[in-house]
Design a protein around this ligand. Structure first.
Ligand code: ZN
Length: 62
């Protein structure tokens, strides 16, 4: 299944890009059954080139 970013509408490559999976409620029918609308969004700023972990990333958890 092709994942499209909800923010930039670009295609997400699960192998090289980090992304969140989101679930929005589409609608609910009369019996209360909820239909979900699944979406994805880039973790990194949209349009950025996938890269190695930024220097110092591990030191931020303080
Ligand atoms: Zn994006």
């Amino acid at each position: 299944m092709i994942q499209l970013c909800e923010r930039c509408y670009g295609q997400i490559d699960p192998a090289t890009e980090r992304f969140f999976r989101l679930a929005h409620i589409d609608h609910a029918d009369a019996s209360g059954h909820v239909v979900w609308n699944h979406a994805a969004v880039h973790v990194d700023p949209c349009g950025s080139v996938p890269s190695e972990t930024p220097a110092g990333w591990q030191d931020r958890a303080a």
